[in-house]
Unconditional design. Structure first.
Ligand SMILES: Cc1cc2nc3c(=O)[nH]c(=O)nc-3n(C[C@H](O)[C@H](O)[C@H](O)COP(=O)(O)OP(=O)(O)OC[C@H]3O[C@@H](n4cnc5c(N)ncnc54)[C@H](O)[C@@H]3O)c2cc1C
Length: 395
């Protein structure tokens, strides 16, 4: 079998490894428009302020792929798919034939349609090149940055910018902090942790009117009329799936490539996995589901019949000298909920677990997240209060 994979993110690599396990003779080729071997995308935020070793950054070294006989072509974008002739065209005009094709093209940072978004110092952090661009601007002595979007990623970016001695203003349209991950009391604890860092200022419930400047970013004007001077703007306003290739090839697409639980698209020889794909309209936009979907796609490209079974995925943040973990339903659905909470306002430690019908359904940890795995397990298994006590999640 000739297996061709577009992209080199975690979904692509997992698929390649699965195919290699199931079909030792398969020809496996990955095409990536990035200039580097597959890496841990979440590490990009940390790398704004820190140098990571190759082992920390890359998923595997070149020797690993050579030994597995997996060909990775970097700096090589796929520009079109011909489904009838079963080949793809690369950016140098050459063609590559496939028996089974996986589209694992991931996503890009959503760029809201505001005036000034095209200025050169406006970036979204998604790929290695974006990190290089941000790093070179920081080296040019840029010291005032606005981050548009105060979700987990925006906060992590802001924290790392302050470690590079930048003053950062985070602007978030939503009136409260991390509403999908935190309740009000948890948000207060996180705000208190952030307030210990004088270089960062957060504006919640604030909409951006436009980015100011002609050839160069000079500031951001909010809809309330506040002018925030800055020389770089980082957009962290969500993810858009890279579905354009699939769309031009006539596959079913709706904000993402439509796939079934086996990661099959509307063409039986083409699969889609990770951030570019949606199953029943649902996109995950997270590392672990992308990895799991990649493995399912790889197996099914080899003729298996595996299904992606979503789990409850916990969210983590490491920033502002604290750590946060949030999992499951944190009281946002239809109640009633019971809650067990422990707060240490002096040391900014917070632990809350939510119960619905007497079963653990969600939880939040701030400051000390040593119980994260146990909390995840309690939520997945629906522990009652006694079981949570025995598992030392409640103490
Ligand atoms: C900065 C950052 C931090 C994150 N932190 C976390 C976190 O802490 N936890 C978490 O769960 N998730 C996190 N995520 C999300 C997570 O990284 C993604 O969900 C995951 O990487 C998606 O993997 P993927 O394989 O679907 O796509 P991607 O990792 O996006 O890989 C897709 C690849 O395809 C390439 N490509 C696209 N089009 C083409 C083409 N036409 N030809 C060739 N190559 C192409 C792209 O260049 C890219 O290299 C973070 C994301 C970012 C950007």
């Amino acid at each position: 079998m000739k297996a061709l994979i577009i992209g080199s993110g975690i979904a692509a690599v997992e698929a390649a490894l699965k195919i290699r396990t199931l079909q030792p003779e398969a020809e496996i080729t990955l095409y990536t428009r990035e200039k580097v071997l597959p890496y841990r995308r979440p590490a990009l935020t940390r790398m704004i302020s820190e140098k990571l070793s190759d082992i920390q950054f890359y998923l595997h070294d070149k020797q690993f792929y050579d030994e597995k006989n997996i060909h990775i072509l970097t700096d090589c974008a796929v520009v079109s798919i011909d489904r009838e002739k079963k080949h793809v065209m690369l950016d140098d005009g050459s063609l590559a034939q496939y028996d089974k094709l996986l589209i694992a093209t991931g996503g890009k940072g959503f760029m809201p349609p505001i005036q000034g978004i095209d200025l050169p110092q406006v970036v979204a952090l998604r790929e290695w090149d974006d990190l290089s661009e941000i790093s070179s601007m920081l080296n040019e002595n840029i010291r005032q940055v606005v981050v548009i979007g105060g979700g987990l990623l925006g906060l992590e970016i802001a924290d790392n910018l302050t470690k590079k001695n930048s003053d950062v203003t985070v602007i978030e349209a939503c009136p409260c902090m991390l509403p999908k991950q935190l309740d009000k009391d948890g948000a207060d604890i996180l705000v208190a942790a952030m307030n210990r860092n004088p270089r960062v200022k957060t504006l919640y419930g604030v909409f951006v009117s436009h980015i100011e400047g002609h050839n160069k970013v000079e500031g951001v004007l909010t809809q309330k009329g506040e002018h925030i001077p800055c020389d770089m703007v980082i957009i962290s306003a969500g993810m858009s799936s890279n579905f354009e290739l699939a769309h031009s090839a006539g596959l079913d697409v709706n904000r993402a490539i439509e796939a079934d639980a086996g990661m099959r698209t509307s063409d039986p020889d083409i699969f889609a996995a990770g951030d570019c794909a949606a199953i029943n309209g649902k996109r995950f936009g997270m590392w672990n589901p992308a990895r799991e979907q990649g493995a399912v796609a790889g197996a099914n490209m080899c003729g298996k019949d595996m299904a992606f079974k979503p789990k409850i995925y916990g969210a983590r943040l490491v920033a502002f000298g604290t750590k946060l973990f949030s999992v499951g339903d944190i009281g946002l659905g239809e109640g009633p909920y019971k809650q067990v909470c422990r707060t240490d306002e002096v040391n900014l430690v917070y632990r809350k677990i939510f119960f619905k019908d007497d079963k653990a359904c969600g939880g939040i940890l701030i400051g000390d997240i040593a119980a994260a795995q146990r909390m995840q397990n309690a939520v997945e298994k629906g522990f009652d209060i006694k079981q949570c006590e025995e598992a030392e999640i409640i103490c």
